[in-house]
Design a protein around this ligand. Structure first.
Ligand SMILES: NC(=O)c1ccc[n+]([C@@H]2O[C@H](COP(=O)([O-])OP(=O)(O)OC[C@H]3O[C@@H](n4cnc5c(N)ncnc54)[C@H](O)[C@@H]3O)[C@@H](O)[C@H]2O)c1
Length: 446
């Protein structure tokens, strides 16, 4: 298995050449005149990127490639240097796009002038106000509910990376914002990329059509040996800068790794259960092998969660960051008439039972597919809406973390109503408490 972060950061020329054939169909099939409010009658669609890291850069390249009229218009980040650095990468990628026959008409894919490079904690708002039509939200997840709300209030179409929040107040905000997006006719595409993977769509489509009868058990894993690079504290860094440079390792910023990464495999459990929320969950977890240095923050290194559904079905998710060779990112589903074994990285989709089946769909680039569908939706006016799905799948991962941290069985209702607020009232560089490692029995649910 390849680590998803490593892969998505690598927005190489080769990827885009490979992806371009599929793109052509979507781009040319989309009507030229947009029906939604803020792109009506415009061939050019201005894209703004908020959070110029590995995933954001990939998303910006995919957005530019998704539609002949899409141009990168503005960029926002909090750390100086990130924007120009990533702009350099994107310029190389866009050169390749221009050579691509479908984008030959457009030699100005990147239009990020200096006055549209925004820096700081309010950079997102400045970008939203800079005349963009579509925003790509790719900061650490703690900021997502605020950025999403601001984008919808300004009538922007949105690509919103997962996870969409780190706590229940964030989820409640995202659910409210999604309803506002619907009322305003805005497209809202999530970063739950497996939902846009051709082979997964084929397999899950068959599963939900009864391919193995009634699904009663889903087991999914996201077990990896390593995670992202850590950054030792440098002279002059405030507490907040130190934590934001290591955001994945701090629960208040990332939600912990079950929420930031394992969430993809938690989402498979949701998908197999037709996105009906589970009744409750019980979990274990801990921090057994992470080096005990400040830059690894307070997050756990393993979780195991059991989700229970009203119809008696159960979902079991395990994720871990242990330095061993037994990595695994698969799902195994049991139904009343067979099994479905899904190993997406090795393209294996196998069902047993009275209708044995093997997946045969050609693999697509799921990241590109998301943007192809988002831009086709914007141009056609048939909005795409991942709002409730992305909020519910994120809450499933958050409730797993809550159950593991506290040792309590947590119901869906409790998780949704939780008052635990991990965000400070405002954001400014300076002191910030170092979060404690959670201890079941001592750490309370509230
Ligand atoms: N769908 C996937 O497969 C996938 C893969 C990787 C990452 N992701 C998600 O994408 C998001 C970003 O991850 P990444 O790997 O690109 O992280 P990253 O650290 O590489 O990039 C995050 C960027 O956001 C910037 N940033 C931080 N706070 C900000 C703020 N308040 N306003 C503006 N910019 C801010 C950082 O400086 C950094 O440049 C995360 O939510 C992550 O879970 C999804």
């Amino acid at each position: 298995m390849t680590h998803d972060r490593a892969r998505t950061s690598d927005v190489s020329r080769r990827q885009f050449i490979k992806a371009s054939a599929g793109l052509a169909v979507v781009a040319s099939a989309a009507p030229l005149i947009a029906r939604t409010a803020n792109v009506r009658g415009m061939d050019t669609v201005k894209v703004g990127l908020i959070g110029c890291g590995g995933r954001g850069t990939g998303a910006a390249a995919q957005a530019m490639h998704a539609d002949a009229g899409a141009v990168l218009w503005a960029m926002a980040d909090i750390f100086p240097g990130r924007i120009d650095d990533k702009l350099g990468n994107l310029a190389q990628i866009s050169e390749q796009m221009i050579l691509d026959e479908h984008h030959a008409a457009r030699s100005d894919k990147i239009q990020v002038s200096d006055d549209r490079k925004f820096l700081g904690f309010d950079a997102y708002q400045q970008l939203i106000d800079s005349g963009v039509d579509v925003v790509l939200l790719a900061t650490p997840p703690v900021f997502r509910p605020t950025h999403l709300r601001a984008a919808v209030l300004a009538n922007k179409h949105i690509f919103c990376e997962k996870p969409v929040a780190v706590d229940a107040p964030g989820i409640r905000s995202v659910l409210e914002t999604s309803a506002m997006a619907e009322a305003r006719g805005l497209s809202l595409m999530s970063g739950f990329c497996w939902r846009y993977h051709s082979q997964m769509r084929e397999g899950f489509g068959r599963l939900l059509d009864g391919g193995i009868g009634d699904v009663h058990t889903v087991q999914s894993t996201y077990n990896v040996a390593g995670w992202v690079e850590t950054h030792e504290r440098q002279p002059g860094w405030s507490d907040l800068e130190f934590q934001l440079r290591n955001w994945q390792y701090f629960t208040p910023l990332s939600g912990d790794h079950i929420v930031e990464q394992g969430i993809h495999a938690v989402d498979w459990i949701a998908w197999a259960n037709r996105d009906v929320p589970p009744l409750r969950c019980t979990a274990i977890g801990g921090r057994s092998v992470r080096p005990d240095v400040p830059e690894t923050g307070n997050v756990y290194d393993h979780f195991s969660v059991m989700y229970e559904y009203e119809n008696g079905a159960r979902g079991y998710h395990m994720c871990r960051h242990w330095p061993t060779k037994s990595g695994d990112n698969t799902a195994y589903m049991l139904g009343s008439d067979g099994t479905y074994t899904m190993r997406p990285w090795s393209e294996q989709h196998i069902m047993t039972g009275s209708n044995p089946w093997k997946g045969s769909a050609t693999k697509n680039n799921m990241y590109q597919q998301e943007h192809d569908e988002l831009f086709a939706a914007i141009k056609s006016g048939d909005r795409v809406d991942d709002g409730v799905l992305m909020a519910h799948s994120t809450l499933m991962a958050i409730m797993g973390r809550m159950a593991a941290y506290t040792g309590e069985t947590i119901t869906w209702e409790q998780a949704l109503k939780s008052q635990e607020n991990l965000s400070p009232d405002g954001w400014e560089w300076g002191p910030r408490p170092f979060p404690e490692v959670a201890r079941p029995g001592k750490t309370r649910f509230f």
